[in-house]
Design a binder for this molecule. Structure first.
Ligand code: ARG
Ligand code: ZN
Length: 871
């Protein structure tokens, strides 16, 4: 059953101090808690019973009140609660509980990953460790004692500072950690294992020395240098840009192989999926390097935006996630190229978040209800949430935004607050009224902004009319107009920026405030018919519609001084051509398009003044996933055919340019994950993928040569991917060689699994089935499941098989994982949630699989996604 935001009430009890003791053991772990509790004055006078959360997997051995054991009639244990009928106003509650981390396959609470113990408590994992008030507005000071066998668990970690280490009577090691900062249970963490450590120090702006430690299993400790440097860059950046200094004396990160998500910001003890932390040139691609840096930064930034100031309830999740994603995006932009970063982030948003907004799971950035909170760690909460913060930044400007952020942290330090509190701080510090703007938090769906214009040469006035409309989403049939910042510039026919006056302000670039359903803005002093550059830097997460001619798009693509819109124009041009081709493919016609892109690409490839990374981004045609988001209904095979055709046409027409570009950007200096080198490699490798497409024998040799001589994973894996995706004769031989070479590096094997599973071939379904039988596969490891099944979802010929067998296969896996690991099972449902948009023959097949899953005894996670999809 669903939980609603409108039903929020403050907790009836508070826990001032939490003392935990873990007696770790491979069979049964004993957890003893001493909770220093009192009735919450804010709740009002009450004799309400004490209701603690605790999962079925927590076995209660004994409970005592102020050290007097409670008789059985004074408490009861239900499915997921411990209810104590009568309590004093202030008391110490002691619970002794048993758990079995070794049997925890859900990877929530305390579990085992290889030979270590570790935890994941966000959002509601702590209740699988012991009985507690497992809600973020109950903040407590934690002291954690860990007892374990020294030989197997020499490293024993928890939040805060280690205050004691010794031996008990049985000769076991006892370690005590104390975290002075009050925190909700979701930020609790514990790790124990035989781990290697890399040490470093960071000196803060106020000259405090912070010990930095990264822990991994010993065979991985040589792959943490990059993460350590990224951590120090993050710490410095947060001081410089947000004035935020680290608070404890020690900051630790631990890498674990089995982890449901990317990483977790536990106070002073971040835990990472090893795929988001480990990096070395030989095993890690450029993309993965950037991801490591971004996630290290993200989790570090949570220390303020998340930990010092946390969420009142889980409906406010975007309070910390939207803000922290915005912070990590800006950090990465500052470390590398801002335009490249913006294009990547927006591409991702428009592909995946827009699809979520258009599907059955659409929800506002601050959802109004949920059945299972784990299902709401979504692109909407994270990425659209970040866009909301970015729009506030645009509306306030850099300085006032910083003032708002300072006020927010000062006003709410140590509190659990709401998105409204965040906006109020921004308003109070800036004087900007965000009343209407706040609708962005509560209204789901992607707004469509349609622009039309009229130029009057006589008066030199240019009228731009903007209309907005947000389509209905589940539970929200009608929508109100939003406050949408639309950044606009005007270009003349040569592409020169035009100055114009809007409401008394003369500039080349204006932020318009679209607040009505329809609004007309007049630009005066316009000397010639302009081409508008609309929604610069993607100033709002909307779908923009404007009737651009191909000439306009070519002009914007080559001259706009907004780098983002240059990419955007190129992308639109490609989308237009692809849509023509897709229509032809659906109708079974011969594909033919008079491509404007040939000239556009030629200019790009011959212009050495351009940022190679931007050229590479333009050359990457709109993805299958993005074109699917735009389509309704979706014809997957037609989209695939259109993309292949266009790539082929471009490759043939520009084969010489691609060859030259490939050669020009191949360099042999030592590998660095620097923006500059990454840019050259990205252009080189995409050029190679086109050159090969032209059918040139020399190109095929270049692929093989690059594969064999590469001294870094980026180039090696790019060559392999080109061979596989281009279906070169060498593909199967190289795939086999790659596995042979890297079989002992799990993170590299994951890449191999994904590439293998994503292959476009008639036997794709057989391939994925055999991959799941492969010794490298492990159903317990979320990364491997994601690689194989995520990869498979990308294979049009495998997943979208006409007889529905691809969907059936995925549904089978969801049914298997439903009980074992509900979070992962629920994520795997995503491709099936798109069934309504699919072409009719496929749609019915997909729907049948959703119904088949529904007939099972489902976890809350899977139940919510499936029922909402079928509603
Ligand atoms: N707070 C983490 C992050 O974004 C995400 C953890 C979510 N985990 C989960 N199982 N829902 O950094
Ligand atoms: Zn986060």
């Amino acid at each position: 059953s669903a939980i609603h935001l409108k039903d929020y009430t403050v907790p009836a009890f508070l826990i001032d101090k939490t003392e935990l003791t873990f007696d770790l053991d491979e069979s049964t772990t004993v957890v003893t808690s001493r909770l220093h509790m009192r009735r919450n004055p804010a709740f009002g006078k009450s004799t309400a019973p004490l209701v603690l959360d605790g999962g079925e997997d927590v076995k209660l051995i004994g409970v005592a009140m102020d050290d007097y054991p409670l008789p059985p009639e004074e408490y009861r244990v239900s499915e997921d609660k411990l209810i104590i009928t009568a309590t004093a106003d202030e008391f110490v509650l002691t619970c002794e509980t048993l758990i079995e981390p070794q049997n925890n396959t859900k990877l929530e609470g305390l579990y085992r990953s290889s030979s270590m113990f570790c935890t994941q408590c966000e959002a509601e994992g702590f209740r699988h460790i012991t009985f507690y008030l497992d809600r973020p507005d109950v903040m407590s000071v934690f002291t954690t004692t860990i007892i374990a066998d020294e030989a197997r668990y020499p490293v024993m970690l928890s939040n805060g500072n280690q205050v004691e280490r010794g031996k008990n009577d049985e000769g076991k090691t006892v370690v005590v950690w104390h975290d002075p900062f009050p925190k909700p249970a979701y930020l609790f963490a514990l790790v124990a294992g035989d781990l290697a450590v890399k040490n470093d120090v960071f000196t803060t702006q106020s000259q405090r020395e912070i010990t930095l430690q990264i822990f991994t299993e010993s065979h991985n400790i040589d792959k943490v240098d990059y993460a350590m440097e990224a951590l120090k860059r993050s710490m410095r950046w947060d001081e410089e840009v947000y004035g935020r200094e680290y608070d404890l004396d020690i900051f630790m990160i631990v890498a674990v192989d089995d982890f449901n998500m990317g990483a977790m910001e536990n106070k002073g003890l971040n835990i990472f999926n090893s795929s988001c932390l480990l990096a070395s040139p030989e095993t890690t691609t450029d993309d993965n390097y950037l991801r490591v840096e971004a996630i290290v930064a993200h989790e570090y930034f949570h220390n303020w935006s998340g930990n010092r100031v946390t969420c009142r309830d889980w409906f406010q999740l975007s309070l910390k996630e939207g803000f922290t994603v915005f912070r990590d995006q800006t950090f990465s932009a500052d470390m590398h190229s801002a335009t490249v970063k913006r294009v990547e982030d927006v591409s991702f948003l428009k592909t995946a978040q827009f699809a979520e907004d258009a599907g059955p799971m659409a929800h506002p950035v601050r959802p109004a209800s949920f059945i299972e909170i784990s299902n709401f760690y979504t692109l909407t909460v994270y990425e659209k949430g970040s866009e909301i913060v970015r729009m506030i930044h645009t509306l306030l400007g850099e300085e006032k935004f910083r003032a708002g952020s300072d006020l927010y942290f000062e006003r709410h330090d140590g509190q659990a607050v709401t998105c409204d509190d965040f906006v109020a701080a921004m308003e109070d510090a800036s004087g900007v009224d965000l009343t209407q703007f706040k609708r962005w938090y509560s209204q789901a769906g992607t707004p469509i902004v349609t622009a039309t214009d009229h130029f009057d040469a006589e008066t030199g006035s240019y009228q731009l009319t903007l209309k907005q409309e947000t389509p209905a989403t589940p539970g929200q049939p009608t929508k109100l107009p939003l406050h949408i910042p639309v950044r606009v510039g005007l270009l003349d026919k040569e592409g020169k920026a035009l100055e114009a006056t809007v409401e008394g302000v003369t500039a080349q670039d204006h932020v318009l405030h679209l607040t009505e359903s329809e609004q007309t803005v007049v630009f005066s002093g316009v000397t010639t018919q302009p081409v508008p550059s609309l929604l610069r830097d993607f100033s709002a997460p909307v779908k923009l519609r404007y009737e651009y001619s191909s000439e306009d798009l070519l002009l914007l693509m080559s001259t706009d001084n907004d780098g983002f819109n240059r990419w955007s124009a190129a992308q639109q041009l490609a989308v237009n051509e692809l849509n023509t081709l897709i229509d032809q493919a659906i109708k079974g016609e011969t594909l033919a398009v008079d491509s404007q892109l040939v000239d556009g690409f030629k200019t790009l490839l011959n212009d050495d003044s351009l940022d190679p990374a931007m050229v590479a981004l333009v050359l990457a045609l709109p993805s299958q996933a993005y074109l699917s988001e735009l389509a309704n209904p979706i014809y997957p095979a037609a989209i695939k055919q259109a993309r292949q055709y266009l790539k082929q046409q471009l490759a043939t027409a520009l084969s010489a340019e691609f060859e030259r570009t490939y050669q020009a950007h191949s360099m042999s200096s030592g590998y660095q994950p620097s923006a500059e080198q990454i840019a050259h490699r990205s252009l080189k490798n995409i050029a190679l993928s086109y050159w090969v497409e032209a059918g040139d024998e020399k190109a095929q040799q270049a692929v093989r040569a690059q594969y064999q001589s590469a001294d870094n994973m980026t180039d090696q894996f790019a060559a392999l991917s080109i061979a596989v995706n281009g279906q070169l004769d060498s593909a199967s031989e190289l795939l086999a060689a790659f596995y042979e070479q890297w079989q002992n590096e799990p993170l590299v094997v994951n890449k191999w699994l994904m590439l293998s599973a994503a292959q476009e071939q008639d036997t794709a379904l057989e391939t994925v089935k055999s991959l799941m039988e492969h010794p490298a596969f492990d159903l317990k490891n979320p990364n491997k499941v994601r690689s194989v099944l995520g990869g498979f979802g990308q294979s049009v010929s495998g997943f979208h098989k006409a007889d529905g067998s691809g969907y059936r296969f995925l549904a089978d896996q969801i049914i298997v994982l439903n009980k074992r690991n509900p979070q992962i099972a629920s994520r795997l449902c995503t491709p099936l949630t798109r069934w309504k948009k699919l072409q009719p023959e496929l749609s019915v097949q997909m729907k049948a699989e959703l119904e088949r899953i529904l007939a099972e005894d489902l976890s809350k996670d899977v139940y919510e996604v499936i029922t909402k999809s079928l509603a």
